[in-house]
Each structure stands twice: as C-alpha cells, then as structure tokens.
Design a binder for this molecule. Structure first.
Ligand code: ADP
Length: 395
C-alpha cells in the first residue's frame, strides 16, 4: 500500500510517498513559498528531479498540484492508490499521547491548543485541512512530535515554578522530536533483540534533543515547553538563565518576543561562532583556527555530553547511547568531541570505526562501558508505519 508522509509548515509542504510494508520511498518533494509570491515545488522520483514554478495561493492548491503531478508523472494511476496520509505535528499538547486518526474533532482539539505552538501548528493544521478536502475518503493520521514523551512523570515534566502555571496555563515540559526518538528506540531495540533497554537517544541536527528511554518509555527529554530548551542547537540557545531576558531587555529596549526570537534564531552555533548555524561551516572555520568556531564546537559538544551524563544517572546506567540526525549521522569529528567528554563514564570511541557517515554502525571500542551506535533516523518512515497500522485497522 502507498502511504503519504506529510510535514506541512506555514508556507511549505514536504511529502514522501512510501510503499508499505516494503518501506521503499517512491517519491518525495517539497512545495515552498505557499501563499507568498514566487512559489515553486520540487519532486524527486525514479532518480530524476523536477522543479516547477507555479502560483500556490494556499495549501489546498499545493495538495491539488501534488496529486496532479503524481498522476502525470505516472507515480500513481489514480488517487485511490493512496491508502493513507500521515501528518506530522510538532505539538500535540497534553491530550494526545499517540498517533490518532484525523477528523474534525481532532482538528477542533488542536485549534483549542494552538497557542501552545503558535509558530508550528497553524501551518500543519492548514495542510491537514487541505488533504482532507482533496482526499476526503482516505484514512489520515496525525503523528505528534510530543506523543512519545507523554510517559514522563510529573517529577520530570513539571518545572519548579508556581503550580498554577501548570494548572491554569498547561506550562510543563512536553518534549519534541518524539517521532525520531521513537524510531531510534524501535531500531536499536530490534537490532539488539531486547525490549528492556535503557537508551540515551541523541537527535543532533539543526534542532537537537537528548532523550532518556527505559524499556520503550521516555523518562526525560531535554527539550521543554517549547523546542528552545535543552542542548545548544544550530540557532537555538538551549537552557539559559531566564533572568537574562529582563536584563537584556532593559539594556536594548527589545521586547520579550524579540528576545525570544533571538534565542530561537540567533543563538546556538550561529550566535557563538558568528559564522553559521550549519555545523559544516563551523567545523570548516574551526579547522582553519577560527577561535569562536572552536569555542562554539566545544560548547556544543559539552552540552550534549552533560545531558548524556545526567541521563545516565537518571536511568541508573544506560545500556546504549545512540547518535542521530544531520550532525550525529554525519560529523565524525563532533561524535568524537562528544564521546571524549563522557570519558568519565568509561565510554571510549574507536576512531577507525567512527570514520564514516550516514550509516547504522557501532563506533565505540570493545572495552567501552556503554556502546555508542550511529542510528540514521527516519521520521517519515515512522509516520508511514503508524499510518499503515491505523489504516489497516480501519479497513
Ligand atoms: P533538521 O533539524 O533541520 O532536520 P538535520 O537533521 O538535517 O536538521 O541536520 C542538519 C545539520 O546536520 C546541519 O548543521 C548540517 O551541517 C549537519 N550536517 C549534515 N551533513 C554533515 C556533514 N557531512 N558533516 C557535518 N555536519 C553535517
């Protein structure tokens, strides 16, 4: 069966068409600048790539264009071939603890909680509505980035702040990248043939989060009420002292929302290096001796290592550490820098085993106390697996 895995943003729509259960990607693509001028899309299939510029006034126009192209390019012969559409949603709020079938009731609930994720959710919901109108008879699901983290206990998900903030305004840790961490948990558990593993999963891409998992249940995760918290990222600060905001605001006259934007968009690797949010650029500058790039890399590695050490303690000793996403899968240098900083746990890299990119591999020495694996993530596939399962149940 063919399943569409969809990730819609405020002005973009990414899709992957996957043949299930074979797990083969048939086509993928991206619609950009929806609702803005100069909109265009790219579609990859059969080793070819097409790019077209076309007016896309709204998400429904993009969905119609996508379906037309799938037919025109002979990727499918009729709409009926699509047996499920899975939508990624960044924030499910406190109510959604697993993937659900999309319907009007779900949309209403998501709209009720929209102020929890004002930057991310509106675009995704617009995308969902567009697919519901173009493919009304196809099973559609919503896969939440927060859902996997819903097993956290209050001791982990509450902030030590006035309790009414939680009761009245739903202020708590939600955690994100859940679909990726769940994929990592599934992959490594299947590989090691154990369902009782204590796993520290490190998703290190442009965004980044570390998650402690015990027997398939999340115990704690580094992102928080929003994706701003936790480790240092490409452009996000990660954890900082909240009082900095008031202090800087008095100095610069910037508003709270301007400063929050600085923490989300101008901090992290970009803020410290002053060069780029892209770890490849920072790595290249560091190699040439740029001091701020070297500093940015050291800080980046330390924050991740510190979370690993903290979660090793929380789990009572991890069985395995997994590194994933753009940096974790591709940067052997950053992997080495992180592992050097958890040497006190007895973790030891094998440099020869670590010299590669983009594959599933063990990178630690045989006498390392905890094995470290690079596990390429695949959120689109996880969404397709969930959607296939729900579509089969609803047949
Ligand atoms: P996103 O969070 O946007 O999905 P990705 O998981 O794609 O991000 O990760 C993007 C990051 O991965 C960027 O910082 C990029 O520099 C980094 N990356 C990709 N390839 C490499 C590489 N070969 N070496 C170092 N870093 C890489």
């Amino acid at each position: 069966m063919k399943i569409l895995s969809v990730n819609a943003g405020s002005s973009s729509l990414k899709f992957t068409l996957i043949d299930m259960p074979a797990q083969v990607t048939i086509a993928s693509g991206l619609f950009e600048k929806i609702g803005i001028s100069d909109s265009f899309y790219t579609i990859k299939y059969n080793g070819e790539k097409i790019r077209k510029e076309v007016a896309l006034p709204d998400h429904a126009a993009a969905v119609k264009e996508l379906m037309r192209e799938l037919i025109d390019l002979k990727i499918i012969s009729s709409f009926a071939e699509i047996e499920g559409v899975g939508h990624r949603l960044v924030h499910g709020g406190p109510d959604f603890t697993e993937t659900v079938i999309l319907n009007d009731e779900v949309i209403a609930k998501l709209e009720e909680n929209i102020d929890l994720a004002p930057l991310h959710n509106p675009g995704s919901i617009t995308g969902m509505k567009a697919f519901m109108s173009v493919l009304p008879n196809v099973v559609q699901t919503v896969v939440f980035d927060t859902a996997f983290h819903s097993t956290m206990e209050k001791t982990e998900y509450l902030y030590p702040v006035p309790y009414e903030w939680y009761e009245k305004y739903k202020v708590r840790k939600y955690g994100f990248h859940g679909t990726s961490h769940r994929f990592i948990n599934k992959t490594i558990s299947e590989y090691l043939k154990r369902d009782d593993l204590k796993i520290i999963s490190c998703h290190i891409g442009n965004g980044g989060s570390v998650t402690a998992i015990d027997s398939g249940r999340v115990v704690d995760t580094s992102m928080g009420f929003t994706p701003l918290a936790g480790i240092m990222m490409g452009t996000r600060s990660g954890d900082i002292d909240a009082s900095i905001l008031e202090y800087v605001s008095k100095k610069t006259g910037e508003s709270l929302s301007e400063l929050t934007n600085d923490l989300n968009k101008k901090s992290g690797l970009l803020g410290i290096s002053g060069i780029s949010s892209d770890s490849r650029d920072v790595e290249a500058a560091a190699k040439e001796g740029n001091e701020r790039a070297i500093l940015a890399q050291k800080m980046y590695a330390s924050k991740i290592a510190n979370y690993i050490a903290m979660y090793n303690n929380l789990l009572g000793g991890a069985d395995v550490i997994c590194l994933t996403a753009g940096v974790g899968e591709n940067s052997s240098h950053m992997r080495e820098m992180i592992i050097e900083r958890i040497a006190s746990l007895g973790v030891k890299i094998d440099p020869a085993k670590n010299d590669f990119r983009g594959e599933f591999r063990l990178i630690t020495a045989s006498d390392s106390t905890i094995p470290v694996y690079v596990v390429p993530t695949n959120e689109e596939l996880m969404i397709a697996i969930d959607t296939m399962e729900l579509a089969l149940k609803n047949k």
